[in-house]
Write a protein of this length. Structure first.
Length: 256
């Protein structure tokens, strides 16, 4: 591995680190431990993506914002440069477009929607997700695409979905090889072809899917060019968060 500074300032674009909201962190203490692990692996920007699935989890805005503020305070105590932003991982089900338009389900940047569905869904379902979201002026960001059998069996779909404006997100532990040989091979081929747009840990708990980012970053540095490494690990996440980072900077300036 090269100098540690090369792996500082990275972005985790998908995680369940906010306490007590879904099947992720169970407490503030667990959130702190997860944040410290992220920080130790070079992550300085965390996009918290609690599940949005009204049919399974009750949506409580006050509770969500309390968890977000508590997590931000913890992050500042660890490192003033450790930033926390909010997105949602939306499950594809009836009513999602309504919830997006109503502001219940949070997008990032210019209408980017992190969306997931069943791993065994049909090709038609994935195409429909892209078609309906883009028709409503949203950018679909398909979460952990390595889980979808349809995409693994028909990789041309990835090109077609990206041509429609969709982004592809892959989990860091899959690239690192922790989810099996064939999953790693699939992800690494996409890396080689530069068809991955975002990477996230999808971390949940200390004892279930903890953050594993450093090994992934090291693999990327060894097997991709500098330009793609910088684009994937920093520039593309900055593009995603351009509006959020501007709003945060404006708020800070107002408070000074």
């Amino acid at each position: 591995m090269k100098s540690d500074t090369e792996y500082i300032g990275l972005y985790d674009c998908h995680c369940h680190i906010l306490p007590g909201l879904d099947d992720g962190s169970r407490s503030l203490e667990e959130t702190e431990r997860l944040l410290r692990q992220e920080h130790a692996q070079g992550v300085r920007t965390v996009i918290a993506t609690p599940h949005f699935r009204p049919s399974r989890w009750r949506q409580d805005t006050d509770r969500l914002h309390m968890a977000l503020q508590q997590t931000r305070r913890l992050a500042r105590q660890i490192d003033p440069q450790l930033r926390i932003y909010l997105w949602n991982e939306a499950y594809w089900e009836d009513g999602l477009i309504y919830h997006l338009k109503n502001g219940d389900c949070r997008t990032a940047g210019d209408g980017c929607v992190l969306v997931e569905t069943r791993p065994d869904c049909s090709e038609d379902t994935l195409y429909q997700m892209a078609r309906l979201l883009t028709a409503n002026d949203y950018t679909p960001v398909f979460a952990h695409i390595e889980r979808y059998r349809a995409l693994r069996e028909n990789k041309k779909m990835i090109d077609e979905l990206r041509d429609q404006g969709a982004w592809m997100q892959v989990n860091s532990d899959s690239i690192a090889g922790n989810n099996g040989f064939f999953t790693a091979r699939f992800c690494r081929r996409l890396l080689k072809e530069q068809k991955i747009d975002l990477i996230g840990t999808d971390c949940h708990r200390i004892d279930f899917r903890p953050p594993q980012f450093r090994e992934c970053a090291a693999y990327l540095r060894r097997h991709t060019g500098q330009d793609y490494f910088d684009w994937l690990m920093r520039e593309q996440p900055r593009k995603l968060l351009k509006k959020e980072e501007y709003d945060a900077a404006s708020t800070t300036t107002t408070m000074l």
